[in-house]
Write a protein that binds this ligand. Structure first.
Ligand code: GLY
Ligand code: MN
Ligand code: MN
Length: 494
């Protein structure tokens, strides 16, 4: 009997001891009984050659090349390292679903765990890109069937040659990268926070300040979307619209169970039509609508109350929608719900109208906030005049959050951009942002009449800045109160 391939024996084959194989070490859970020499030998052979040839490049390969060229031009003569990240442990030997770092996906179109993109300075002043990936599992040393991340367990990976064809980037074995980076000389920058092994290899060569400049550049580069990205955002929104329709159809089942039925229903759509949800779905019924990030979703769903549903499908290319509708659970707004809803609708209309090229980014926020402040004064909830309310920000007790944000690979996209390039910046065609005003009256807010308490309304759409104004990517979901009611009735009828 050979013990050398069992997890109980620390003398695992040498190739499993390389740094990059750390993540693929055998599980210590007894799943692997001792194997005989005969079985070990037997498992090495008798497998068909499944190498794929003549693969077409992925749809965004030309776009990722353009994005890498812009990055190259910004940092001439410097080695740039952009990791995808690793699996994260959820508990014991189970992991969260892997989601590649947005910077890596943006520059490569790839989503493979453990991958790293390196731009190496080239003689001509530009860079040569290499993508470092884990190759096919080795059958000689048993990795493919004895490692928890071996292909027999988790599925086939692309070979390096296949990856090169698909991505249009030369590929190498990622297990060689840490040593190569340690040995390399010359200036280098790394996107931090995803790959501790890469950071350890670079620890004496990088500074936090210079790495931050790389992160900021990549964040700002993502503000204006290319044609591929706009198409993906529209796909994300279209799938999200289907998810909202799915939810309207099952509101009676949610009433019989909980908000979880809504969460699960939307998630089903996200997984079937897209890659995932782009962020935790907020399925907030009744007073939960006043909790901005209500993602526990374990509350009751009651007829007569409102459902605030904030959810977005993420596409297979990782672009996400971010849409909110506030729906009367029984299909009809009552008078007060409608009054509050109409105010938020009016604020959103004003906000959307302010989204156009050349406008200050802050304009849509200011336009929405003004409408909401006017309503709060009109309703006697805060003392006017409106200018005083806005100057002191008194409306914010009930408006709570900013009116929107950039949208893309991340729901809060471009988050590392400098203030002057984002919040104090100017809108340009190709930017995509949410416009999402809301009013929230907490259940324990003694400063408003009792009937307001526990009502929360947000309406959120995904707005693309165009050459002459904007396009509402989520216009297929009705927003006006009467149109919402009519839409719900028709969706329920099926
Ligand atoms: N769903 C998070 C947001 O609306 O910003
Ligand atoms: Mn949002
Ligand atoms: Mn949202």
């Amino acid at each position: 009997m050979s013990e050398e391939l069992t997890p109980e024996n620390p003398e695992t084959p040498e190739s499993l001891e390389t740094p990059a194989a750390e993540a693929v070490k055998p599980r210590k859970n007894g799943l692997y009984p001792a194997v005989s020499d005969e079985l070990a030998a037997n498992m090495k052979s008798g497998w068909a050659d499944t190498e794929l040839h003549g693969l077409e490049p992925i749809a965004q390969a030309a776009h990722t090349a353009t994005r890498r060229a812009a990055l190259s031009a910004r940092f001439p003569g410097e080695r740039l390292v952009v990791p995808a990240g690793h699996l994260k442990t959820r508990s014991n030997d189970t992991e969260y679903a892997f989601r590649a770092a947005s910077e890596y996906a943006y520059l490569t179109g790839d989503q493979t765990q453990d991958g790293v993109l390196v731009l190496e300075p080239a003689g001509d002043g530009g860079h040569a890109a290499t993508i470092y990936l884990l190759p096919r599992s080795d059958r000689e040393n048993g990795e493919f069937w004895l490692s928890g991340q071996g292909e027999l367990w988790v599925g086939r990976r692309h070979s390096l040659a296949e990856a090169e064809q698909l991505l249009g980037i030369p590929a190498k074995d990622v297990r060689e990268l840490p040593a190569a980076l340690t040995d390399a000389t010359g200036p280098v920058r790394n996107v931090r926070g995803y790959d501790a092994g890469i950071e350890a290899a670079l620890t004496d060569k990088v500074t936090a300040e210079r790495d931050e400049e790389l992160r900021v550049f990549l964040s700002e580069a993502r503000a204006v979307k290319d044609d591929f990205e706009i198409g993906e955002l529209q796909k994300a929104v279209d799938a999200t619209v289907h998810g909202f329709e799915d939810v309207v159809k099952i509101l009676d089942k949610a009433e019989a169970t909980s908000e979880r039925y809504i969460e699960g229903t939307f998630f089903l759509r996200a997984r079937v039509e897209g890659n995932d949800i782009g962020y935790g779905s907020i399925c907030a019924a009744g007073p939960h609508a006043t909790t901005l990030h209500w993602v526990r979703n374990d509350g009751d769903v009651r007829s007569g109350e409102l459902l605030l549903l904030d959810a977005g499908v993420e596409t297979h290319s990782l672009y996400t929608a971010d849409v909110t509708r506030t729906l009367p659970i029984d299909g009809r707004f009552d008078a007060l719900q409608r009054k509050i809803y109409d105010a938020v609708y009016e604020a959103q209309e004003a906000g959307i109208a302010a989204v156009k090229p050349g406008a200050a980014y802050r304009d849509f926020h200011d336009a929405s906030q003004r409408v909401l402040a006017e309503k709060l004064v009109e309703w006697g909830l805060v003392e006017g005049p409106v200018e005083r309310v806005l100057e002191l920000g008194l409306q914010r007790r009930w408006t709570l959050h900013g009116t929107g944000h950039m949208l893309g690979l991340d729901v809060h996209d471009c988050a590392a951009a400098r203030t002057e390039a984002y919040v104090n910046g100017t809108l340009e065609p190709g930017m995509c942002l949410t416009v999402e005003p809301g009013l929230y009256f907490q259940a324990d807010d003694l400063t408003v009449p009792e009937e307001y308490r526990g009502i929360g309304v947000r309406i959120e759409d995904d707005i693309l800045v165009t050459a002459d104004g904007n396009r509402n990517l989520s216009a297929a979901l009705p927003r006006r109160a009467d149109e919402v009611e009519a839409w719900m009735a028709s969706v329920k009828q099926g």
